[in-house]
Design a protein around this ligand. Structure first.
Ligand SMILES: NC(=O)c1ccc[n+]([C@@H]2O[C@H](COP(=O)([O-])OP(=O)(O)OC[C@H]3O[C@@H](n4cnc5c(N)ncnc54)[C@H](OP(=O)(O)O)[C@@H]3O)[C@@H](O)[C@H]2O)c1
Length: 272
């Protein structure tokens, strides 16, 4: 019962991969560039691109379930290959797919759902790892620059997103479910900074950016105009789910969602 993990070289997929391995499940990792992928021993690595379905036949061969990202990393856009990917999965006898949304419902999830495959969609709010964006200025100057100081976020640990994914891939009762995933508390930007400072034993300063400065930073990072609008729109006027704690992680995994203090302690070295 091999499980296909896409996004395996990334945040959430990396946790999915390691958690499945930890449970002794055979895992096949998909990457567009196997030579650059640094994946743990015991993982079968296969080359393929979700935006190019003709590259994916070997990836699905003999797979019982799959964790699927729904965006194309080459331009950040939503994948439009849902019908072809669904056909490959159905032809290979895949039992279930679990999909990570891109922050809003996309055509990929809709096409998979319409295909007759059994599916679950994970709809996490803000990832805790987004604070890694602050790592360089914290290391260099002890400073965080960010817009929207008052933003409240029920940010979620990527390992918890993955833990829910793993339960949906290995268990039953998750078919046709859209799981909104949050962490265990609502934090403001100053709350996050305080907790990071505590984790590294350093007092940190906050400098609030204007919206235009925040847009420019995203553009400099290579974000498309659409992605800039989406991210800034979310931060300026987050949907209620973005700052609402839900108990999905605990309901699905049987364990409470990890706190940001936990995340900060685990990742402290990145900020030192
Ligand atoms: N950050 C947030 O707060 C947040 C909140 C909600 C949703 N999201 C969504 O979560 C997603 C990011 O997840 P993540 O952080 O786990 O990923 P990530 O760390 O950004 O890594 C991207 C992964 O996707 C793979 N990938 C990209 N395009 C691909 C393609 N065309 N075919 C096959 N693999 C491809 C990459 O694999 P290779 O490079 O090895 O091929 C890599 O493993 C985004 O869609 C984002 O919008 C983010």
């Amino acid at each position: 019962m091999t499980i296909l993990v896409t996004g395996a070289t990334g945040n959430v997929g990396g946790h999915v991969l390691r958690q499945l391995l930890g449970r002794g499940v055979p895992v096949r990792a998909l990457t567009r560039n196997p030579a650059a992928a640094k994946l743990p021993d015991g993982v079968e690595v296969v080359a393929g691109d979700l935006a190019a379905p003709e590259t994916l036949e070997a990836a699905f061969d003999g797979v019982s379930a799959a964790y699927l990202i729904t965006f194309d990393g080459s331009d950040g856009a939503a994948l439009s290959t849902g019908p072809q990917v669904a056909k490959l999965a159905i032809d290979a006898g895949v039992r279930h797919v679990t999909m990570l949304w891109s922050g809003r419902p996309g055509p990929f999830e809709a096409d998979i759902a319409a295909s007759g495959l059994s599916w679950t969609t994970l709809q996490p709010v803000e990832f805790m790892s987004n604070t890694l964006l602050w790592a360089e200025s914290i290391r260099a100057e002890g400073v965080v620059r960010d817009p929207f100081a008052g933003l409240r976020s029920a940010m979620v640990h990527e390992a918890d997103i993955a833990a829910v994914a793993v339960e949906t891939l290995l268990g039953t009762g998750h078919e046709g479910r859209e799981y909104v995933l949050s962490g265990p508390e609502v934090l403001t930007v100053p709350d996050k900074i305080e907790q990071l400072g505590a984790a590294i034993g350093r007092e940190l300063r906050f400098i609030e950016l204007t919206e235009e400065q925040a847009r420019a930073r995203l553009r400099d990072m290579g974000a498309s105009p659409e992605a800039v609008d989406h991210v800034i729109g979310w931060y300026a006027d987050p949907p209620v789910e973005g700052y609402t704690v839900v108990d999905t992680v605990e309901r699905v995994t049987g364990r409470p969602a990890r706190t940001f203090a936990h995340w900060a302690a685990e990742n402290a070295d990145a900020f030192r």
